[in-house]
Design a protein around this ligand. Structure first.
Ligand code: FAQ
Length: 331
């Protein structure tokens, strides 16, 4: 029933009556679950919010390759190495679909990537934590991809067509990622040595809370949620998704024979959900400010990758230009 945040001190959304005819038509279309496509009229705020969210999402997929890339040469078997490489390549693909979806909104890929390298835009906090053991490859797949799926399954119904269609393909691949991660942990817990089992528990201890932070600040602290929900860019709130993730993950945790580093985690019969402890939001905001354990290293690695690949792009461009010239000469 609402479209845009009214520019007043008190943050509230415009009512249908307060909207311009174009805004009203747009909002009614969104309310009727009609997808918005690239060439349709849209409020500038809707376009900007999508560019922000989709570019952040794309950057996350690309930076997200790094913690796992760290283990490709040390995977314990050929099978594991192949699975890990395939997963990392999938993440690169997700980045590409998402950058393409973002470009349909008129944003420029190179400019957005420059902003990432300048540290002026965000990517998911989770990728600023190090991957210290092979068990982390299991935990990243199980918890990090698991959290990503919970968030992304609902984004398949996001109101912007190109984003929603990209999410359908991405979700199919993410569910394979989650299972391969869980399988790594199951194997270590079932067939591993005591030391390997401890490695799994240590990994869960390190990744549990950062995975819960992936869903963003709690609803009352999330500046973008109200508007994004009204525009159906977001279909469920940060807290709703976090709770869904916890509810589906705890039984898997118990099946592994592991525990979470949260003494307050327990089933609440009345609510029909798990209760859980307070998230350390100070840590979350510190990571967002660039002070996580790996922020600087991640951006440095991405910059080096772009700089190191400059000659390939240059060569491809010269080749394409020469080929075009040849075709024109022959015509
Ligand atoms: N990290 O008002 P809200 C993956 C920022 S993909 C960093 O609640 P919003 C696959 C937020 O941008 C993981 N920043 O914001 C994979 C905003 O800042 P801004 C990425 C965060 O947008 C697996 C401010 O805080 N997934 O893992 C985070 O309505 C394994 C206030 O927050 C997506 O991007 C965070 N965790 O809701 C790859 C999904 N949370 O821009 C490799 C799409 C919040 O105003 C290996 N994105 N912020 O300055 C979304 O669904 C939303 O953008 C949220 C945040 C839910 C992340």
């Amino acid at each position: 029933m609402y479209a845009q945040l009214v520019e007043t001190g008190a943050k509230r959304l415009k009512t249908l009556e307060e909207m311009s005819p174009e805004e009203r038509e747009f909002q009614l279309k969104v309310d009727a679950e009609t997808k918005i496509e690239a060439k349709n009229w849209m409020p500038e705020g809707y376009r900007k919010t999508l560019v922000r969210q989709i570019s952040q999402h794309a950057h996350s997929e690309v930076v997200g390759m790094l913690p796992e890339g760290n283990w490709v040469t040390r995977a314990p078997s050929l099978k594991r190495k192949l699975q890990l490489m395939a997963k990392i390549q999938d993440e690169a693909g997700h980045g590409l679909y998402l950058y393409s979806a973002m470009e349909t909104l008129g944003a420029d890929r190179d400019e957005e990537i420059d902003k990432l390298h300048a540290g002026t835009v965000k990517y998911s906090s989770i990728f600023n934590y190090p991957t210290l053991s092979w068990a982390d490859m299991g935990t990243v797949g199980w918890l990090v991809d698991g959290a990503a799926i919970v968030n992304q399954v609902v984004l398949q119904r996001t109101s912007y067509g190109p984003y929603s269609r990209a999410m359908i393909r991405i979700c199919k691949e993410e569910s394979f990622h989650q299972r391969q991660g869980y399988q790594i942990l199951l194997d270590m817990m079932r067939e591993g040595t005591e030391e390997q089992k401890e490695m799994v528990q240590d990994s869960i201890n390190r990744f549990w809370w950062p995975s819960l932070m992936m869903f963003g600040p709690s609803d009352d602290q999330s500046p973008n949620s109200q508007q994004s929900m009204a525009w159906k860019i977001k279909r469920k709130s940060n807290d709703e998704l976090r709770q869904m993730f916890i509810d589906q993950t705890v039984p898997q945790l118990e099946f592994l024979g592991c525990t979470a580093p949260d003494p307050d985690l327990k089933w609440n019969e009345e609510r029909g959900h798990y209760d859980f402890g307070e998230i350390d939001w100070q840590e979350f905001y510190d990571v967002l400010k660039g002070n996580g354990p790996c922020n600087k290293e991640r951006i440095e690695t991405r910059k080096n990758a772009i700089d190191g690949g400059a000659w390939v792009r240059e060569a491809a461009k010269v080749y394409a230009e020469k080929k075009q010239q040849k075709q024109q000469n022959a015509a």
